[in-house]
Design a protein around this ligand. Structure first.
Ligand SMILES: Cc1ncc(COP(=O)(O)O)c(C=O)c1O
Length: 511
């Protein structure tokens, strides 16, 4: 019968197919040549080769605590501004309110939580609902309004508009949005400070755009040089580069320096003259040792007030974060950016990027609100909040001074006194004999001189810092960046001892 024949044919066909499928050759996996070259190109020294060696040593210590053979028992992670990894305690105020937001049943726990904690949690729960739900893409309106009020107060009354605030998961997301929208093609240029925080070079590489480094003046407290910047702009424009943005980090990472108001005005002038977007990375605005923080928004607002025609078109994006300051909530990141002077058609695209990401982490948004709107005098939590934040500020400043003094007493190291942020960026200033030996070692191992110093420091002391080449530095100069977050002074003494031995070793004629 025909149907029998058809059935037989089908089963033979199925068997052939089965044999065919089961005998295929498996395809190769992707290689690095098959993936987006921009992702291969991007570098990020803060978690680069030295921290990777440190992670390996850490594993060794953990695995074999009694016989690892290293001359130290612990890695000191001075490579990254990650306060709570280095024993900084979370602020009680944050964690108490957050606990209730995470588990609203706790609202009734009058014996555990002070009245103002419960009240704040209640307000936040009322306005944002569950922290487990997506918020509006731009961030919860109540929190944006609270941030706008904070900025208005911080900037001496110059009004901030909640519609211009975008909540982000840390400042990194804001940088990613901004660089994404501004990178039109490979001729889109970004002026970035040298030295810079490598998030910028990495994100520019990811967007296949062009980094244009402008040097900060080390001999003048890492100030900016407008004349050189102007020359760079003109020179690059002549080469067909369209300069899209000027990035400023203030207070500075890795320099720990703070720009003068005059420098800020001159940078705004450049932005006004050339239609360049100013990105003001102000994540360290709470980390200032002397005086008040002056924001780019405030300086721009004063200029607009004096001369509206000249300055009202300046496009400024200012960034802030919960990762730094005295909060150090890097693991549950909140952040915001304020956009001023942008046309709404451009802001709509930023909004779209935020929408594609749905929203930033909502507990991070709540943290941001707690950071910019802390307990006030008379509130039940105020005293403890003040005690905790004063103590963090005090510790940061004392350690910054201790490190600065130690570096300045070390032979062959120069260092500026940090004015803020969390970092010191000392310069290695070895004599020519030492350099000569270091050069030949560096050449043989495909490393740079500052890499060698940081590797030896790590291997001898367990202190992990980052070589200056990860941030960019002037040709033939060598630096290192360390945070002043690790507690105590013992690690600083260890560093001093190491440095003496390092210099002695490389000075030794027979080496
Ligand atoms: C200058 C600067 N900008 C941005 C960031 C990113 O911070 P966030 O954790 O908010 O993404 C850092 C982190 O160290 C930084 O130093």
């Amino acid at each position: 019968m025909l149907s029998n024949k058809v059935c037989k044919l089908h089963s033979t066909h199925a068997k052939v197919l089965l044999r065919l499928y089961s005998s295929f050759n498996p395809a190769e996996q992707l290689t690095i040549r098959d993936i987006n070259p921009s992702t291969v190109e991007a570098k990020y020294a803060v978690r680069g080769k030295i921290p990777i060696i440190a992670d390996g040593l850490n594993e060794l210590i953990k695995h074999d605590p009694s016989s690892h053979g290293l001359p130290f028992q612990k890695i000191v992670n001075a490579n990254i501004g990650n306060p709570q990894q280095l024993d900084q305690q979370p602020l009680t105020w944050y964690r108490q309110v957050l606990s209730i937001l995470q588990y609203p049943e706790l609202l009734n726990q009058k014996e555990i939580f002070p009245k103002d904690v419960r009240e704040r949690a209640k307000i936040l729960l009322h306005h944002i609902g569950s922290v487990g739900a997506y918020s509006q893409s731009q961030g919860a309106p109540y929190i944006r309004q609270s941030i706008a009020e904070f900025i208005t107060k911080r900037d001496k009354g110059f009004i901030s508009d909640a519609n211009n605030i975008y909540l982000t998961s840390g400042a990194s997301t804001a940088v990613s949005y901004l660089l994404q929208i501004l990178s039109v093609d490979s001729n889109s240029g970004f002026l970035i400070p040298i030295p810079q925080y490598p998030l910028y070079t990495a994100t520019i590489a990811l967007n296949n755009a062009k980094p244009i480094g402008y040097y900060l003046d080390e001999s003048n407290n890492w100030s900016t040089n407008t004349k050189e910047l102007r020359e760079l702009i003109i020179d690059n424009q002549q080469k067909g580069i369209k300069i899209k943005s000027l990035v400023v980090i203030n207070p500075g990472n890795p320099t720990g320096a703070i720009l003068s108001t005059q420098d800020m005005i001159e940078l705004i002038d450049l932005a006004a003259e050339y239609g360049i977007v100013l990105i003001a990375d102000e994540v360290y605005q709470e980390n200032i040792f002397k005086g008040d923080f002056i924001s780019f928004k405030r300086v721009l607002s004063e200029l607009i007030e004096k001369n509206h025609d000249l300055y009202h078109k300046v496009q400024l994006a200012s960034l802030h974060s919960t990762s730094k300051g005295v909060s150090g909530e890097c693991g549950q990141r909140g952040g915001y950016m304020e956009l001023v002077g942008f046309k709404s058609e451009v802001k709509d695209i930023v909004f779209k990027l935020a929408s594609i990401n749905l929203c930033s982490v909502v507990s991070g948004q709540a943290l941001m609100e707690l950071m910019i709107n802390p307990p006030k005098e008379g509130d039940e939590s105020f005293e403890l909040y003040k005690k905790e934040t004063d103590s963090i500020h005090y510790d940061l400043q004392t350690r910054a001074e201790a490190l600065y003094n130690a570096f300045n007493q070390m032979e062959d190291i120069n260092c500026d006194k940090p004015m803020g942020a969390m970092y010191i960026f000392p310069k290695l200033n070895f004599d020519s004999k030492i350099y000569h030996k270091l050069f030949s070692r560096a050449k043989n191992s495909n490393l740079q001189i500052d890499d060698i110093y940081c590797i030896e420091l790590l291997e001898h002391t367990g202190i992990c810092c980052v070589p200056g080449n990860g941030f960019g530095q002037k040709r033939d100069t060598y630096h290192l960046r360390t945070t002043f977050l690790p507690p105590g002074k013992e690690w600083i003494d260890r560093w001093t001892k190491f440095h003496k031995e390092f210099v002695k070793k490389y000075k030794d004629v027979n080496m």
